[in-house]
Design a protein around this ligand. Structure first.
Ligand SMILES: [Zn+2]
Ligand SMILES: [Zn+2]
Length: 315
């Protein structure tokens, strides 16, 4: 039997402390560093005139990076377990991503942004530095995204569709795109026209769409990270985990897609100091297969379920 000397114990705990400190520092750096890298890649893509190609490469690298980090530094170890819904998650993602990219590409190809800009969209401050224009684009889009998301929670008819997203039993990068396609279309219809009306140029549409995709995947990832004051500015995983709570009083909060601006202003921001719930999802039944989930909101008995949730929420 081998014995461990006190010197060896000191060395072990010393190493452990250093490792813990390194992980602690890393947990603050990960989110901003990953997002900045994605933003840098988007800038390179736009400069090279290959925005879609660079976006897709960055998005795949982001997914692979988050997959690896979820295994190295998981926030909830039990969320690593297979929930049997990966095919459904993938099918929703492909349908939604395909739909959004087709809308953006077709929109750019027919020059919707340029036409809108020339017709009454004159107030867009094209002379501002690009970073400020992107921030303005994000705030304008957020007004629509926040409204769409809040209405999806508060209007029982739309909740039926949004419930597909909330029925996920765990959060990880892979179910970022788990939205009913009707839910996706509603948020696009409420956010994109605002940018058109503002006269935002094509480049701003690409920036806003790309940043929304990057922040969205980061928001759902199951990685142990810390955010400090960033929680009040961006839709971080810490803030979004509360949004997935089973308890409507907790989940009916943090509606921001990218920014928490409207949640802070309209008092729907919720991020207490304690650990967010690991047992997430909805209390009503939801099929686990893709086609079942797509069809589920259209079933007749859904109206009573959605109404019951609204009644619970109002208490
Ligand atoms: Zn929601
Ligand atoms: Zn979510």
């Amino acid at each position: 039997m081998s014995t461990v000397t006190s010197g060896e114990i000191d060395a072990i705990t010393g190493d452990g402390r250093e490792r813990n400190f390194a992980i602690y520092v890393l947990s603050f750096l990960l989110w901003p560093v990953i997002l900045s890298t994605c933003i840098y890649m988007t800038a390179l893509g736009l400069a090279a005139d290959h925005a879609a190609l660079y976006f897709n490469i960055t998005y795949i690298c982001l997914a692979l990076g988050l997959f690896t980090l979820e295994r190295l530094l998981p926030h909830e170890r039990k969320w690593l377990r297979n929930d049997g819904q990966m095919l459904a998650d993938l099918a929703h993602t492909l349908l939604n991503k395909g739909f959004v990219q087709v809308l953006v590409v077709v929109g750019l190809a027919i020059g919707v942004a340029e036409v809108a800009a020339s017709k009454g969209g004159g107030f867009w401050p094209a002379h501002w530095p690009i970073a400020f224009q992107i921030m303005l684009g994000l705030v304008i889009a957020e007004a629509g995204l926040y409204t769409a998301h809040r209405v999806a929670h508060e209007w029982s008819f739309l909740w039926r569709f949004h419930a597909v997203h909330h029925s996920a039993p765990r959060l990880w990068f892979f179910n970022t795109g788990r939205f009913h396609v009707v839910d996706t279309v509603t948020s696009i219809l409420l956010s994109q026209p605002l940018l058109f009306l503002a006269g935002a140029p094509s480049e701003i549409f690409i920036w806003v769409t790309s940043i929304t995709a990057f922040i969205g995947m980061l928001t759902h990832c199951n990685i142990e990270m810390r955010f400090g004051p960033l929680n009040y500015v961006f839709n971080t995983p810490a803030v979004h985990r509360w949004h997935h709570s089973r308890i409507p009083a907790e989940g009916n909060s943090n509606y921001g897609e990218n920014l928490m601006l409207f949640d802070v202003l309209l008092r729907t921001f919720y991020c207490p100091k304690r650990r967010p719930p690991a047992n997430i999802g909805i209390n009503d039944p939801m099929p686990t297969k893709f086609l079942g989930q797509v069809a589920h909101p259209f079933r007749k008995d859904q109206s009573t379920l959605a109404a019951s949730r609204t009644a619970i929420d109002s208490h």
